[in-house]
Ligand binder design. Structure first.
Ligand code: NAG
Ligand code: NAG
Ligand code: NAG
Ligand code: CU
Length: 685
């Protein structure tokens, strides 16, 4: 699903900047700062992790040593929280790296203490599944096809020019095969350019090359069916802004004094919020230690310890030989952060945005800079935070309005054909919203059909253009939301809305609804299927903290999409993606339970997933708990998704629920308006 060419970054050994005042280069300080314990690994730490890990192999370094994941092994939560409560009293927890490497066809998992410069633990992974593929592997495997004479012969037979062929490597999943038959293989599928840049709309259907990644050689070749390659006409999107259409006048957001937020290392402070923003090769953005200032209590109060996208599952609904295995895990197989792309100022983010870089370890372990992977900006889009017009007082009109200004952290991950826009948005009212926008290119199947009327048998898709079938599929994104509502002892509460009949004569009414709250005792109570359960609100509360009038302080989850899997429980893809079974799950905090589809996802058997962990049915009442929310999309394509899909968004909101004593934005001072041109609507006379 991934094309390697886009992952070409420049190696750099940049200084680490300290305080960035947006737009003002001159205020960057060049001294080294002590990293925050949750900061992503710096370039020098990545280098150190590589050196220590490489040297730890006997007769080091081994041949074919490749680095598949290098990232922060974050401190244990209790240790970090106790250090944060009095940071001046003790040194910060040691900086450690988690290194997952392949050598001699084995997966090695090492934790490296960067402060002590030693390997703390090393083990060989003997279970099922393989680590994230490196972009070098994806590049090397997809380039093999064009050196394979039978492949070239197949292209010649189709009348295709070899130089216009581009190929991509696809992970293949697992379908019940015995362990010895499950190697690190990918299938290479190819596309035809010849007059377009939109390669995904021109699949060369029917030809499959199978590559063994460890040996980097072709182990299978199949030329099964021959169907027309869809034509290039109408597929190009490059420069499409030059096409004629209604032109809009100039537009912008102006902040003459600069933005109202500060970036101190990876800590971001804005209005009443502060949080830590980190980058991970697998998850992309990680929001940690989000707390909000309570003006009444005059202190910061914890809301979310850590929030990130744990996995994305994208199964396609096409059983043909070239398609059945397309059941992708974009985080665990391709690295959702690894696929992050450089954001383009003024287009990807507004003019008041500040950009941030990230560093990753390349396949050789050496640090690579990923410029502008995040942008942070204040969203001021003409929305209303609160308002009221009071006409009920004789002789008076009272009108009070506060415009809404929010803070947004954005990343875009382009996993092959698809672009995912991830926004974490903070509101002064205390809400945290996460939104995911899907755009980019569909995966389409080449087909002989040019009109719907020709299609008689079951076809696994929708005819979008001549010879082009848009394949049906799902996108399931699961968020790991370690909420700590005013402390880490929390409970999960389901407030069920129940119809209550009125049998007696106390009222002319025959019914009303009331709310019954149920506190989840164990993990099985925390599994919520919103499609089949009663109407309910889902809350995380702190049972030990009450408001002045006696309500438990809490936050509620407002799901934006309620989608369940349509695969059977025993379908291999569904066993691996079993976290989609429920919209919401709740687990007790466990540092090693981060990846809902398992740590080693490529070709996994589904034996290390959120679904298997929760079988233990652990206690979750008044404990440090993690809330998981699955954001799902069933994507049945429409013609407007061709040749490139307009953004389709959904998400969720975490909203205070008796967290504050009263409306926390009643007294918010609105920003001063820069200019008011006092223009009237232009009218055509
Ligand atoms: C090392 O990689 C090469 C090709 O990349 C492969 O042919 C060879 O079998 C590998 N050796 C080991 C020990 O993995
Ligand atoms: C944490 O999770 C892992 C993986 O599910 C499990 O093996 C381990 O026993 C758990 N630890 C605790 C303390 O429950
Ligand atoms: C807006 O423009 C109109 C017409 O030019 C003028 O009469 C009015 O006073 C202006 N309002 C303000 C608030 O400047
Ligand atoms: Cu889709």
């Amino acid at each position: 699903m991934t094309f390697p060419s886009k992952i070409l970054f420049f190696l750099s050994l940049l200084f680490f900047s300290s305080i960035i005042t947006p737009c003002a280069e001159s205020t960057r300080r060049r001294h080294r700062r002590q990293p925050h314990p949750l900061d992503p690994l710096t370039p020098s730490e990545l280098e150190l992790a590589r050196a220590i890990a490489s040297d730890s192999f006997p007769g080091s370094p081994p041949r074919n040593l490749t680095f598949h994941y290098v990232g922060l092994d974050e401190p244990d939560k209790p240790l970090l929280l106790s250090w944060l409560s009095a940071p001046s009293l003790s040194p910060p927890p040691p900086r450690r790296a988690l290194v997952i490497a392949r050598a001699n066809k084995r997966t090695h998992e090492l934790t490296v203490d960067l402060s002590a410069r030693r390997v703390d633990s090393a083990r060989v992974h003997t279970g099922h599944g393989f680590p994230i593929l490196t972009f070098a592997e994806l590049a090397a495997s997809s380039s093999l096809a064009r050196q394979h004479p039978p492949f070239l012969e197949s292209m010649r037979k189709r009348g295709l020019k070899a130089e216009e062929i581009v190929c991509g490597s696809f992970t293949v999943g697992w379908y019940g095969q015995e362990a010895r038959k499950v190697g690190r293989t990918v299938k290479v599928m190819c596309y035809y350019l010849d007059g377009t840049v939109n390669l995904y709309m021109r699949p060369v259907e029917g030809v499959t090359v199978t590559v063994d990644l460890d040996e980097m050689r072709i182990v299978g070749f199949m030329d099964r069916v021959r169907v027309p390659v869809p034509k290039a006409d109408g597929t190009d999107y490059s420069g499409s802004n030059e096409r004629v259409g209604p032109a809009l006048k100039r537009i912008g957001v102006v902040q003459p004094e600069g933005p109202s937020f500060t970036v101190d290392g990876h800590m971001i402070r804005w209005a009443n919020w502060e949080f830590h923003l980190s980058f991970d090769v697998r998850a992309g953005p990680i929001i940690s230690l989000a707390s909000i200032y309570d003006a009444e209590k005059q202190k910061f109060r914890q809301v979310m310890y850590r929030g990130f996208i744990s996995e994305l599952f994208v199964p396609y609904m096409d059983l043909t030989e070239e398609w059945y295995y397309r059941t992708f895990f974009d985080a665990g197989e391709y690295g959702f952060g690894l696929c992050a792309v450089q954001l383009e100022p003024l287009r990807d983010c507004p003019e008041n945005a500040v950009f941030m870089d990230a560093y990753i370890a390349g396949p050789d372990g050496k640090p690579i800079k990923m410029p502008n992977v995040f942008c942070v900006f204040e969203r001021y889009a003409g929305d209303i935070m609160w308002r009221h017009t009071e006409l009920g007082i004789p002789g008076k009109v009272i009108r009070e309005v506060r415009p809404e200004v929010n803070l947004v952290v954005r990343m875009v991950s382009t996993v092959g054909n698809y672009d995912y826009i991830v926004d974490w948005e903070f509101k002064q009212s205390g809400s945290i919203k996460a939104t995911v926008g899907l755009t980019g290119l569909l995966e389409v199947r080449g087909s002989k059909y040019t009109h719907n009327d020709q299609i008689e048998d079951e076809e696994y898709g929708v005819l979008l253009a001549e010879n082009t079938l848009g394949s049906r599929h799902d996108h399931f994104l699961i968020f790991h939301l370690d909420l700590d509502i005013d402390g880490d002892s929390n409970s999960f509460v389901k407030s069920v809305f129940r119809q209550t009949p009125v049998a007696d004569h106390r009222s002319p009414r025959k019914s009303y609804w009331s709310v019954v709250s149920e506190t989840a005792k164990t993990e099985s109570d925390g599994k919520i299927n919103l499609l089949s359960s009663e109407q309910a609100e889902l809350l995380v509360v702190n049972p030990g903290k009450k408001t002045n009038v006696g309500n438990m302080v809490g936050y509620r989850l407002i799901p934006g999409s309620i989608t369940g899997p349509l695969l059977s429980d025993d379908d291999y893809a569904q066993i691996r993606g079993a976290f989609t079974k429920y919209n919401v799950w709740v687990t007790p905090y466990n540092k090693s339970e981060k990846w809902a589809g398992g740590l080693y996802t490529d070709r996994s058997y589904g034996d290390d997933t959120l679904a298997t962990w929760t079988q233990r049915n652990r206690a979750i009442e008044n404990k440090d708990i993690v809330l998981w929310y699955t954001l799902g999309f069933h994507h049945a394509p429409y013609q407007e998704d061709f040749p490139l899909m307009p953004t389709l968004s959904s998400g969720f909101e975490l909203r205070p629920a008796n967290f504050f004593e009263s409306n926390p934005v009643l007294t918010v001072v609105p920003p001063e308006v820069v200019t008011w041109p006092n223009c009237s609507v232009p009218s055509i006379i």
